[in-house]
Design a protein around this ligand. Structure first.
Ligand code: DC
Length: 232
């Protein structure tokens, strides 16, 4: 018998496609909780880097699961005017520290480790256990919430995604090396798509949307219409 669908929206796709903006707006419109899974991977990467650990050492660290399970990790809503969730990790609140390109790169590297995925996936499943969640990430439709009722996979060309990220960074007054950003984005996509565990890919039952020429407002309406057309 097929598993029963849960009132969960999953939004997966590569970096810079606009998942966070869209997920936050949809969560507000549906009165669901926004689950930013990328922020959790970034927080783990931040914590491991702060302890001076690198991915090579970690892949051979038999105690990693236990130390990850012992972490107290809570997602906090974005501050007003901010895009991304903050993370409380063992009492410290992490926000802007998680948002650099370098931290994105480190999160991608750490996210390929089986113990990291196992621990974060089960935390995410606990958060979404009773539904009413808009989850965004790379594997939310395939691995974390296979029983989600509404699954989307958003994509856009690397150049368009780089442009969106540059616009966002400039809006926050940050300086941007455009060529390096595009290169980092493409490298991160490749790593996320080609890893062995939970690679970035659309779920078989996901609605694929090429957003290259679609604006935010139009995309939100398109997704809401899809949700309304497919009630639980
Ligand atoms: O969405 P983001 O840029 O905050 O994600 C940072 C990295 O975390 C991304 O490159 C891969 C990893 N990630 C993942 O492997 N699975 C998720 N569900 C979310 C993020």
């Amino acid at each position: 018998m097929a598993e029963q669908s849960l009132a969960i929206v999953t939004i997966d796709g590569p970096g810079g496609v606009g998942k966070s903006t869209i997920a936050r707006i949809l969560a507000e419109r549906l009165a669901f909780t926004y689950l930013d899974t990328g922020a959790m991977y970034r927080a783990i990467a931040y914590s491991l880097a702060a302890q001076g650990k690198n991915v090579q050492d970690l892949s051979e660290d038999a105690t990693l699961v236990h130390s990850l399970q012992a972490l107290e990790l809570d997602l906090l809503p974005p501050l007003p005017g901010e895009e991304h969730s903050r993370v409380r990790l063992d009492g410290a609140v992490l926000g802007v520290e998680l948002r650099s390109e370098e931290m994105g790169r480190q999160a991608s590297a750490v996210s390929a480790l089986a113990p990291v995925r196992r621990v974060l996936t089960s935390m995410q499943q606990a958060i979404g256990a009773s539904g009413n969640i808009v989850a965004e990430g790379r594997d939310t439709g395939t691995v974390v919430f296979p029983q989600a009722a509404w699954k989307f996979f958003l994509d856009a060309t690397p150049e368009e995604r780089a442009k969106r990220r540059i616009r966002q960074l400039r809006a926050h007054g940050k300086e941007v090396d455009e060529a390096a950003l595009l290169e980092n984005l493409i490298a991160r996509d490749q790593a996320d798509r080609n890893r062995t565990i939970a690679p970035l890919r659309p779920a078989d039952d996901a609605r694929l949307v090429d957003t290259t020429h679609v604006g935010i407002a139009e995309l939100v309406e398109l997704m809401l219409a899809h949700i309304q057309a497919h009630p639980l």
